[in-house]
Design a protein around this ligand. Structure first.
Ligand SMILES: C[S@@+](CC[C@H](N)C(=O)[O-])C[C@H]1O[C@@H](n2cnc3c(N)ncnc32)[C@H](O)[C@@H]1O
Length: 207
């Protein structure tokens, strides 16, 4: 069970979707992650929304002309994604598992893990998840992950890992740090409690 699964229980998808719908209705820009991805790769690129949840990021990127696939482990979150965009591909799979066996074929220009996905995978599987995500990138493709580094930016009592650990998992997976922001709208990172990291794949990925 992922940390998310322990936290959300079953049936959390409706509540999660409703929370973002309320935010959007109140005028908050809920598409910062999609805008960030769109600034990194051109429309038409293949994007994997890893831990897509209700499909927030993939649905918006698809609307902007990206070719998106969403993958998540939580059926109630995926049900919301399917309802929002029935024509997109939504796969139920564990990011720590064999993604090609789960139907995630080919190579992606960009993999995005938004909304604290990495801190919410099952404890101890983070390095494997990073390796699995790196393995579905095309050469020089981008892994973009945003997550909290302190409780104020996480739905957890403590941050399960720091940036040094994350960068280490990326390095082990053949990825190189390309950019690091403090926010999804590209503010420079100066050591705060939230980071958006952009890693680039090398010519040869570690499977
Ligand atoms: C806070 S939600 C973020 C959802 C979405 N990315 C967003 O930004 O709205 C975290 C998601 O990570 C997913 N997740 C956690 N561990 C996972 C795993 N091992 N495999 C697939 N999805 C996972 C959860 O099911 C949940 O939907």
């Amino acid at each position: 069970v992922s940390r998310w699964g322990e936290l959300a229980g079953r049936g959390g998808g409706g509540r999660y979707a409703a929370r973002f719908a309320e935010l959007a209705a109140s005028g908050v820009d809920v598409h910062g992650e999609a805008t960030c991805c769109a600034s990194l790769v051109p429309a038409g690129s293949r994007v994997l929304d890893a831990g897509c949840g209700t499909g927030r990021v993939a649905v918006e990127l698809a609307r902007r002309g990206y070719r998106c696939v969403g993958v998540d482990l939580d059926a109630s979150m995926l049900a919301e994604a399917r309802r929002a965009a029935p024509d997109l591909t939504w796969l139920c799979a564990d990011l720590a598992g064999d993604l090609s066996a789960a139907g995630i074929a080919g190579s992606f220009d960009l993999v995005v893990a938004a909304g604290n996905v990495l801190p919410l995978v099952a404890a101890g599987t983070e390095a494997t998840v990073v390796r699995r995500l790196a393995a579905v990138l095309r050469p020089a493709g981008l892994l973009v992950a945003g997550f909290g580094l302190e409780p104020a930016s996480l739905p957890l009592a403590a941050a399960p890992f720091d940036l040094a650990a994350y960068d280490g998992w990326c390095t082990a997976a053949g990825l190189v740090l390309a950019r690091r922001f403090a926010t999804w709208d590209g503010a420079p990172y100066h050591g705060g409690g939230y980071a958006v990291s952009v890693h680039r794949g090398g010519a040869a990925q570690v499977g």
